[in-house]
Design a protein around this ligand. Structure first.
Ligand code: ZN
Ligand code: ZN
Length: 362
């Protein structure tokens, strides 16, 4: 039995990186990385990858699922998640330098592995070995993200008629999330933000019992997870109004979004894209009110890797999917954030969300 085509391609990329690190094997324990390389959707498994072996180990809850989802892999059934069993599998592969995912292994688990690993075998911490490969997306991943964005666009059109004075943020959130699950056939990618009025100044204001009032800005930040891939979209609308100041602040954020996106192309630095938006907001006098990074990589995880920020070391490459989400948050007044998901193309970028960014007054 051969691997699924996407798995085969990703295994080849991983093997190349493993060899470049001077390792003969990699133990993969991160659930997102396991899903990326094997297409397995369960919550508990271990992968051991060498230049010739591709071992997929899981317990009885998932062995039937793994047989169906992960053709081509050598399946091993675990009696427990005891590190001793995994070490037993590791000791059977031909490797003296075995990498593990440092961020994913707790201190206790690492001590356990280290004490059981045969002498003469090095157990080497790796950082972002698979995560780094996930940043540039393949055709299947781009397609799944496109569809996740379509679901988010549809959910946004659907929710507009529910946003009105007298309705709580939580009611709006439940309808939006229900729509994504019901009509979109997807899961929500993360807990939905619905932040109205003074609460729109909270960049991560999860939906509360606050009642939406006339004159409020309402910021909605939400996403769908479709075939494993996330969309992440933010729009700020105004209920009634808008006031002159609301229009002015909105237009600064919109300008920052559009200028930053116009600067994206392969070879540019993540830090420079962040500066484009940040300077635009600063020049308009709102520099103190934009505290977070401009955007993050998007994929199987909502925060899938580095993106655009003042500390970013990212060099933009074709095939990356990154969010662009400038905001201005003025305490006790309100805030605006607008977020697009963009795909880096050969000479620029493509915006995957089709919902326009004109200020909508409801
Ligand atoms: Zn978002
Ligand atoms: Zn985001």
């Amino acid at each position: 039995m051969t691997f699924l085509p996407d798995s085969e391609f990703r295994i080849a990329r991983a093997r190349k990186s493993i060899a470049e690190m001077g390792l003969q094997a990699l133990l993969i324990t991160d659930r997102t990385n396991i899903g990326w390389i094997s297409e397995f959707t369960g919550s508990s498994a271990y992968i051991i990858l060498t230049s010739t072996d591709a071992i997929f180990a899981t317990d009885s809850r998932y062995t039937v699922q793994a047989e169906t989802q992960c053709p081509g892999w050598t399946l091993r059934k675990l009696a427990s998640s005891d590190p001793g069993e995994i070490v037993g599998l590791l000791s059977k592969v031909d490797a003296t330098r075995i990498g593990f995912e440092a961020v994913n292994l707790s201190f206790a688990a690492h001590s356990d592995y280290a004490s059981k690993i045969p002498s003469g075998t090095e157990f080497v911490p790796t950082e972002k070995l698979i995560d780094g490969l996930r940043i540039v997306k393949d055709a299947t991943e781009i397609e799944a993200t496109r569809e996740a964005c379509v679901i988010a666009d549809r959910a946004f059109s659907h929710i507009l008629s529910y946003i009105k004075p007298g309705v709580t943020e939580r009611t709006v959130m439940l309808e939006l999330e229900g729509y994504i699950r019901r009509e979109g056939g997807a899961e929500i990618a993360f807990d939905t933000i619905v932040a109205s009025g003074y609460r729109s100044a909270l960049p991560h204001g999860l939906a509360s019992e606050k009642v939406i009032e006339s004159g409020d800005f309402v910021t909605l930040d939400f996403g769908a997870r479709h075939r494993g891939y996330c969309s992440d979209m933010t729009r700020t609308v105004v209920v009634g109004g808008p006031t002159e100041k609301q229009v002015a602040v909105y237009n600064v954020v919109r300008g920052a979004l559009e200028d930053a996106i116009a600067g994206v192309k392969p070879g540019v630095k993540g830090i420079d894209i962040d500066s484009i938006a940040r300077n635009r907001i600063k020049d308009a006098g709102y520099g103190d009110y934009f505290g977070h990074g401009l955007g993050h990589s998007l994929g199987r995880a909502v925060h899938d890797g580095p993106g655009f920020s003042p500390k970013s070391k990212l060099i933009v490459e074709e095939g990356m999917i990154i969010t662009v989400e400038p905001g201005i948050y003025i305490p006790d007044w309100g805030g605006v954030r607008i977020e697009h998901d963009i795909l880096v193309t050969g000479n620029g970028s493509e915006i995957l969300n089709k919902t326009p960014v004109d200020l909508i007054s409801l």
